[in-house]
Design a protein around this ligand. Structure first.
Ligand SMILES: [Mg+2]
Length: 429
């Protein structure tokens, strides 16, 4: 068996995205993703997926060159390669990332996001070469299916008029009735029983009313609200007080560890985050200050599936819960998320996934949710197959774009509808 990497292919694509609202603005009609393929000397191909904005591409290209000649089994070596790839630190240091929804952007975080795409591709190739599923390479699954939550969004029925976009059949959701209707559709189509609402869009009272309406429509079901740090400590505490009896957790109500610690100290409602704990370096302060009770992992920016397992082990050690964050992603990443989640012993919260919002994919068949769960695949590697024609079409869309959609920018997308829109300063309320 020859596990030497002989070829690496990077294919940036643009995938359709519905007009989902968040505190920064609205999703663009198409969003960039990067599909990674590694091929071994034996002709085995592994696939991975990560963010596709230009800054990731610029990093992935030299990374891909350095991979040739290495072994797909050399997963630790990926971090060495990452250290060798230069990043324009000045451009990214101290900046808040695209959308500003995943905490502070750093060169390290950018590098780890690129590593994750290659790590998943290497694991897929290794699994296929050995005839083992990825979860077996990670130590073996401890469950046969992984539970996901319905990811509810305030949304418009359509993208602004005159903008090229794909139609979706979810309709609008801009008030409590719309949110409940959307939740019912999620339940009907996928069987989800836990619901998360992306907040920070409307004044807190309106979002409190929406969660109250969900609680009435789905009594006893786990509910979460995530305003992406849009609230002050005072507002966060007000919301925690009003929704404390129905929330499973409140996600990033206020921005940053000190503010989260203040909220945490004054409420019994558990706080979750994918914004103030996004790297290993950020764990200590947050845990020492008891700022968060649940960390939402994301294998993309934590640096892969094995780093996700390490994060879960640290959380377990400190009695902090773990669940999973999601950004717009396709089936390759959902398969990867499901494999790693199946190996985490203490996963007591349903994971987030954007997948139901993505009508397009690059796989020969879509992954499916049954009773809100994805079955852990036991076929070799990730257990998914790339559809080259679909990949070609989505890549062509990327090639045809004038560059305006190649960087995800929710504020720019909002300015199409509202030219006066500026990214809100935080806290917004
Ligand atoms: Mg979040």
């Amino acid at each position: 068996m020859n596990l030497t990497i002989t070829d690496v292919r990077l294919t940036p694509i643009l995938v359709a995205d519905p007009p989902l609202l968040n505190t920064q603005g609205v999703h663009q009609p198409y969003t960039p993703r990067l599909i990674v393929e590694v091929e071994t000397a034996d002709g085995v191909t592994g696939v991975g997926e990560t963010y596709g904005d230009t800054k990731y591409l610029e990093l992935a290209r030299p990374f891909a060159e350095k991979l040739k000649g290495r072994q797909v089994s050399d997963l630790n070596g990926l971090f060495t390669v990452a250290d060798e790839v230069a990043v324009d630190d000045a451009r990214v240091s101290g900046q808040v990332d695209v959308g500003g929804l995943r905490g502070v952007q750093t060169a390290d975080k950018l590098r780890l996001s690129v590593v994750s795409g290659f790590e998943v591709a290497c694991l897929d190739a290794l699994g296929k070469a050995l005839g083992l599923p990825v979860h077996a390479l990670l130590g073996g699954k401890v469950r046969d299916a992984v539970e996901y939550s319905a990811y509810l969004f305030y949304k418009w029925a359509d993208h602004p008029e005159g903008v090229a976009s794909e139609k979706d059949d979810w309709g609008a959701a801009v008030d409590p009735a719309g949110v409940v209707a959307q939740a019912r559709l999620f339940k009907e189509r996928y069987g989800f029983t836990s619901f998360k609402l992306k907040g920070g869009v409307f004044p807190p009272d309106e979002e409190i009313a929406a969660v109250r309406a969900l609680a009435e429509a789905f009594p006893g079901h786990p509910l979460r609200l995530d305003p992406n740090g849009a609230w002050s400590v005072e507002t966060s505490l007000k919301v925690a007080k009003e929704l404390g009896d129905v929330l499973e957790y409140l996600e990033d109500p206020a921005l940053g560890t000190p503010a989260m610690a203040e909220v945490s100290a004054a409420t019994g409602v558990p706080l979750a985050t994918n914004m103030c704990v996004t790297t290993f370096a950020e764990i200590k302060e947050a845990f020492v200050k008891d700022a968060v009770q649940v960390v939402l992992s994301d294998h993309h920016y934590w640096g892969g599936l094995r780093n996700t397992q390490q994060l879960a082990a640290i959380c377990r050690t400190f009695g902090v819960g773990v669940s999973m964050h999601s950004n717009t992603h396709l089936g390759i990443s959902l398969a990867a998320m499901t494999h790693v989640a199946s190996t985490v012993p203490d996963l007591h919260h349903a994971c987030d996934s954007h997948y139901p919002w993505q009508s397009e994919d690059v796989l020969t068949s879509r992954l499916t949710f049954e009773d809100g769960r994805v079955t852990v695949l036991d076929a070799p590697g990730l257990g998914v197959e790339l559809d080259r024609e679909k990949l070609r079409v989505l890549h062509q869309r990327w090639l045809d774009d004038d560059g305006s959609l190649r960087e995800r920018d929710d504020a720019a997308a909002m300015r199409v509808a509202d030219p006066q829109w500026v990214t809100p300063t935080v806290p917004r309320w």
